[in-house]
Design a protein around this ligand. Structure first.
Ligand code: DAH
Length: 346
């Protein structure tokens, strides 16, 4: 009997199965009530007292081995089935999370989309600029407060032998791209310039040292203030809805004359007055005006022949109005819980 048990232990340990049926056969053969091990326990009753101890130990070992083997074979089979499941090409695919566009990119793309539909091209310029393109050629007086260290991040001051020293700085507005376009292209010019700008501001819910603007420039013969107004009305209605109205308030910028600030009717309260528009019914969205003749001349465009308009808007501000996001810092934190909410936008 001892020999038989030892043969069975070997047999059990060498056993292998290919499928659930084989596994069930194993169970029936060794572990069921009518199986071999059960029979051996029956026979055990007849074993002589002198052999009982040794046979008993071996028999228990056989039973233990068969149970362990059964569990091993079962888990091997489950692993195999997992693999065959993956190979089942008719199964629905596993879905995986997709990202979302940043709200600033969404609104930037929308602005580009609107203006390219009416013939504007997109142009870009460097973020690290010189004083000439950011201020001087845009008709800023030498003592203009915008050049102040408090607003502008200065990088360095370069001097070459044949010119006076010049400041290198982070552009404070995208109007600098206007200058580069006018220097490199001949009218008619119709372009928008989206990009990042930098100002030395303390970071809070309403101000940030990095933000985004879109600059617009249109230069040709006989461009009038009426063209500017119609272009901006078209933009506002595409961006905020067909019923949107705009109003222009006189303002001042060194590079435009006359200049204006543009408000859109508040779409939250339809002009009736609410918290978002501070009960005025209007929301400011951009600055604009007719390009100052000094600016045209400084960029070698004949101001007697050509006129033009320009405008500049903040993308964060437009995004705030569109999605009612009231803290600028959210745009820069990359918090997935914030970004996830823009999944359905394009
Ligand atoms: N550059 C101005 C700013 O950063 C915005 C601006 C106003 C741009 C009027 C223009 C303009 O082109 O005509 O505040």
């Amino acid at each position: 009997m001892l020999q038989k048990i030892s043969d069975l232990i070997k047999e059990v340990s060498a056993y292998s199965v290919n499928n659930g049926e084989d596994l069930e056969l194993f169970r029936l053969k060794y572990l069921s009530k009518k199986g071999i091990i059960s029979d051996l326990f029956e026979d055990f009753r007849n074993v002589s007292v002198s052999e009982k101890k040794e046979v008993g130990q071996n028999l228990n070992q056989l039973k233990q081995s068969a149970l362990e083997k059964y569990n091993i074979l079962k888990s091997e089979l489950l692993d195999k089935e997992d693999i065959s499941d993956i190979q089942d090409l008719t199964r629905p695919s596993v879905s995986f999370g997709s990202g979302s566009r940043h709200p600033i990119s969404i609104v930037r793309n929308e602005i580009i989309d609107i203006f390219t539909r009416i013939g504007f091209t997109v142009s870009e310029g460097p973020e690290i600029e010189d004083d000439d393109h950011v201020f001087t050629k845009l008709n800023f007086a030498p003592e203009h407060p915008a050049r102040d260290m408090q607003d502008t991040f200065y990088v360095s001051r370069i001097s070459s032998e044949d010119s006076s020293p010049e400041d290198i700085l982070l552009r404070t507005h995208t109007s600098s791209v206007q200058v580069r376009v006018m220097q490199n292209q001949k009218p008619p010019i119709r372009t928008i310039s989206p990009g990042r700008v930098f100002r030395n501001e303390a970071i809070s819910a309403r101000a940030h040292c990095i933000f985004h603007q879109v600059e617009g420039l249109y230069i040709d013969e006989n461009v009038s203030f009426a063209d500017l107004k119609q272009t901006l009305l078209f933009f506002a209605r595409e961006m905020f809805g067909k019923e949107t109205e705009i109003r222009l308030r006189p303002s001042y910028f060194p590079f435009t004359e006359p200049s204006a600030e543009v408000d859109v009717s508040c779409k939250i309260c339809n002009g009736k007055g609410c918290n978002v528009c501070k009960h005025t019914g209007w929301l400011e969205i951009l600055g604009c005006g007719m390009v100052h003749p000094n600016v045209l001349d400084s960029c070698n465009i004949d101001s007697n022949k050509y006129t033009g308009f320009a405008f500049g808007m903040g993308i964060e501000r437009l995004t705030m109005l569109k999605y009612q996001v009231n803290d600028l810092r959210l745009y820069f934190e990359n918090d997935i819980r914030f970004l996830d909410q823009f999944k359905t936008a394009f």
